[in-house]
Structure formats: structure tokens, C-alpha cells
Design a protein around this ligand. Structure first.
Ligand code: MN
Length: 294
């Protein structure tokens, strides 16, 4: 497993240049090959300088984001839809300029708890925007990856099956699924089967424990997930995602409900996560090989 990524919120919730540089350096020192940056505020850091640092460290980068309430492209409010589309286009540009090949996250709706049911018109509005954004992203050599998240963080796409239907409706070959063990554990009857159903449409993958803390200390069945990833031939990045109130970003911490410390020492956490994923993934590969050997 040499395509291991880490979410920058293990290190920092800020968009300050110095903090982002430290996050890149620590991740690289600990053997990670990609860093994921969410919700980047491009006004407070130098994209070109970060891109150079990433390159000098031979580090990949992924950008993720969620739409704000006033930029909800799954709404029926034309102003909100236009604002959301502009934010997504900006996200594609930042991803491109940083050297990222993937834009992921809750790109298709507001990121947060809805107080209303999804509507058919809202679905169509979201599909239309994603289709257009995906076209632009393709020119920038960036893929669009829709993160399927739990019911408290969107009302539109909570399962792989819904995500596949959405992708089909866009008619685009540049839209993929971004799956996450934490969210699948809440919404899917069988998370491993959901991975198999995603198949070749899986574009990006988050590894998170059931309570978002130390891997292996919760209830996620990582063996089943890794078996399924091998079954579908997924060889792209696996990105470790963990949140604690030790690292706070006002918006994301509240949206994701991060109210307490699940860890304090992020270096120990990241070191453990890498060893855990590599060991479990290697075991899954061994299982697969043994099963297929006469
Ligand atoms: Mn995630």
C-alpha cells in the first residue's frame, strides 16, 4: 500500500501558510504519500509555494470541500445554485493549481443537517451543475468525486446506489464516487457490498473509524472493506481521516459534530494509522492470494 493519504485536519484546522507547510512536512516524514486539504481559504496562503513544496516532497494532494447553505446547488433557489457553482469552479481551479488530480467531498449539496426533504427539482439542479463543473474539471485534469455521507451531513446522497444513479444522470465520465468507511457504517446495509457495487466508479476513499478516532479501536470491519477494495481492483489513494476537538476549524468541527477529544497526540495517531492500514491491507492481499492458489 504505497498510496496512503492523510487528512490535514489531523494536523491543523487553519489555512495559514506556515501551518499547511508543517502539515505537508510531517505527513511526508511519517511516510504518507498524499495530503488532503479541505475548505482552503486561498486568500490567506500562497498556492504556488505550496505546490512547489508538495512537488519537492513528492507528495500528492487532494482537495475536498462541502457547499455552504447559501451555495446549495441541490436547492431550488437560483442565486444559491449560481453561488454554489462558482464555489465549485473555484475549487477545481485551486485543485489544479496545487497539482491535485481529485476534487472530493460534499460537492452536490449543502454540507450539514437538512431541515427539509430532498426534491426532484433539487436533484436535477445539482446534476446539471455537477455535469458542467465536471466538464471544466476535465480540462484541468481534475476528477470530481462525490462523497457519499451520512444523513446528518446531506439529504441527497447517503448511499452508493444513490451516488451511482446521480452519476448516471450527469452522463459525465469525469464524475466518481468518494466513499468513506465512517459514513458507510451508518448508511449502508453492507459497507463491503457497497464498495463492490461502486466498482470502477470508485474514485477516492476515506478510512475512518466508527467514532472517528484511532483505527481498530471502533466497530468498522476494515478486513471486509479491504477485501472489497481488492475485489474491485481499486489501486488509488486511501486517505486516513480522523477528527478530534484537539484540532478545530469552526465550520467543519461544528458541521461534523466534533465535540470531544478522540485523541491528543496527532503524531502517535498518524503513525499508528499508517501501520494499521499497511498491515491490514497486506493481510487482505495475502488472503486473496491464498484463496486463489491451488
Ligand atoms: Mn470523509
Amino acid at each position: 500500500m504505497n498510496k496512503l493519504g492523510i487528512h490535514s485536519f489531523v494536523w491543523t484546522g487553519s489555512s495559514v501558510q506556515k501551518d499547511l507547510e508543517t502539515a505537508i512536512q510531517v505527513s511526508s516524514d511519517l511516510g504518507y504519500k498524499l495530503i488532503e486539504f479541505p475548505r482552503l481559504n486561498t486568500k490567506v496562503f500562497d498556492v504556488a509555494a505550496l505546490a512547489r513544496l508538495l512537488q519537492s516532497r513528492d507528495m500528492g494532494v487532494a482537495v475536498t470541500m462541502g457547499l455552504p447553505p447559501d451555495g446549495d446547488i441541490s436547492s431550488e433557489d437560483l442565486e444559491k445554485i449560481a453561488r454554489g457553482e462558482a464555489l465549485l469552479i473555484e475549487g477545481v481551479a485551486v485543485a489544479r493549481d496545487l497539482g491535485a488530480k481529485k476534487l472530493g467531498g460534499i460537492l452536490f449539496s449543502m454540507h450539514g443537517k437538512y431541515q427539509s426533504l430532498p426534491t426532484a427539482a433539487g436533484w436535477r439542479n445539482s446534476v446539471d451543475v455537477i455535469r458542467r463543473v465536471a466538464e471544466r474539471a476535465k480540462q484541468a485534469d481534475v476528477t470530481i468525486n462525490l462523497e457519499i455521507v451520512n444523513r446528518f451531513e446531506t439529504n441527497l446522497l447517503n448511499t452508493t446506489a444513490q451516488g451511482l444513479k446521480f452519476i448516471e444522470d450527469t452522463g459525465s465520465d469525469n464524475v466518481f464516487l468518494h466513499l468513506d468507511t465512517f459514513h458507510m457504517n451508518i448508511e449502508e446495509a453492507s459497507p463491503a457490498d457497497a464498495i463492490r457495487v461502486a466498482g470502477r466508479k470508485l474514485g477516492y476513499f476515506h478510512i475512518g473509524e466508527s467514532y472517528r478516532g484511532y483505527l481498530g479501536s471502533g466497530t468498522i470491519d476494515f478486513d471486509a472493506a479491504f477485501d472489497a477494495l481488492l475485489d474491485i481492483g481499486y489501486t488509488d489513494y486511501l486517505t486516513f481521516e480522523s477528527f478530534s476537538s484537539e484540532v478545530v476549524d469552526k465550520d467543519l468541527s461544528i458541521t461534523c459534530g466534533i465535540w470531544r477529544d478522540t485523541w491528543k497526540d496527532n503524531v502517535a495517531l498518524a503513525r499508528h494509522a499508517r501501520a494499521f492500514i499497511e498491515e491490514r491491507f497486506a493481510s487482505a492481499e495475502r488472503r486473496r492470494q491464498v484463496t486463489r492458489t491451488v
